[in-house]
Write a protein of this length. Structure first.
Length: 92
């Protein structure tokens, strides 16, 4: 999977995590330029991102920042398991 495809997947998921954690009526463009550290409790937001993309806790500081920077960094750090397969694929 190339980096653009990974960024597309990460973007979709991070936007959803943001909406679930902050319950704010922002547009997607506003969310991409938003910096979650501007609010008090961002731990659940970042922990969700680390958990979903199997990123180690040691990289937490590198994924903090505005949402669009987080998406790029997570796409770089996210390693897809080559042995995993989707439910639409058959394993042999």
């Amino acid at each position: 999977m190339d980096i653009l495809e990974k960024e597309r997947i990460v973007r979709k998921n991070v936007l959803q995590i943001f909406k679930e954690n902050f319950k704010a009526p922002y547009s997607e463009d506003e969310i991409l330029n938003y910096t979650p550290s501007d609010v008090e409790n961002t731990a659940p937001y970042y922990e969700s991102i680390l958990d979903i993309f199997f990123i180690e806790q040691e990289y937490l500081q590198s994924v903090k920042g505005c949402v669009k920077d987080t998406i790029k960094k997570v796409a770089e750090l996210w390693h897809i398991n080559p042995y995993a397969f989707g439910p639409w694929e058959e394993s042999f």
